[in-house]
Design a protein around this ligand. Sequence first.
Ligand code: URA
Length: 445
Amino acid sequence: MLARRLIERKRDGGRIDPGEWRALITAYTAGQLADHQMAALLMAVYLNGLDPEEIAALTSAMLHSGAVFDPTPMLGPRVDKHSTGGVGDKVSLVLAPLVASVGVAVPMISGRGLGHTGGTLDKLEAIPGFRTDLSLAQARHQLEQIGCVMIGQTAEIAPADRRMYALRDATATVESLPLIAASIMSKKLAEGLDGLVLDVKHGSGALISDVARGLELAECMVGLGRAHGMPVVALLTAMDQPLGRACGNALETEEAIHALTGEGPPDLMELTIALGIEMLLLAGVAATPAAARAQLEAALASGAAARKFQEVIDAQGGNPGVVDDPAVLPQAAECELFVAPRSGVVARVEPRPIGRGVTALGGGRATADAAIDPSVGFVIGAKVGDWVDGGEPLATIFARDRAGVNEGRAVLRRAIVVGDDAPPPRPLISHRVTGAGIERYDPAG
Ligand code: URA
């Protein structure tokens, strides 16, 4: 009865007190609040929002729904990054081993695909044998041994987020500022970090479309970090076209492997290095952005970053041979080129239909517990502003069967527009948000 009264209050625009949030999340985690009631509450939050005190209370209740990594001082600094989600965003797969390879511990807790956006766990699980469901003890041991672990929310760590995340995905309640903030920060606060870097995406392919709301979300999460004594730096980044070229789980994992030796597409490398610089500065292992950049570039060039990824894969049951031979990843039965319908300038490569297209091909979930096909998706070489000749290949479609190829072609026909001119380019990284406030991003630091 309590839950019904609180759902009703939120539905009618009222507020829920911290103690009531704690009771709701405790009951939900214990199985005493049904999914349909939580779904109704999530929709009420989606429609009516939460005030700052409610966001803090929800985050804290979700954090305390499970256990936390305790700080292990002998391990040195512990830092992580999280993205609010985009299309083609495989940065975590590159960044976690890269930063760990320069001596910073990275205990990364990620999510699965959400809405039209992909999820790090699904990309990692494209690697044959890779397990993301480690226990807290296993994760802690791996962190101590190799300085990096990449796992999902479990029954022990952030269990409330695990269930709410899946429920949001199935109930169209993903694109909500308070729910995104609480979801991300409850997981990240459970990692016992010395610092957190956030990639807050805005644009047509992000969960938040405009810069102003993106900045609001960034400030909200920086504030939640501050309240728990954890320094947070957020970069505001554009998601108007897919990041890199690959969209789809195994395809993105392969692109991430190339990026680990510095061979990734320019936008993916630029963002990975920018976020890595912030991580090294927060960890205190580099004094300046230039010094941090040099350390990261050296780890890519020497193969140290790729070797660290191999160690992580090996430790988590996957086939480490994938780093030397990405062909061990699941391969799609059918692949076909998609060519430019005319000569001109690439005016749009719309990420949202492409993300939904990956799901339609079988690479994302229509329901919370659906299985996915890791092999399907797109590799899109065309970027906004490129000149293309009619008939020139713009992309490759990877599908399970001919019907999938046809579906993929229909998706790309809608998503990629070749015209007479392109919109002026927006910077990939526009703002930097810290506890000191908002500043325009300066790549030179
Ligand atoms: N990433 C998360 O972990 N949660 C969200 O709600 C969005 C992105």
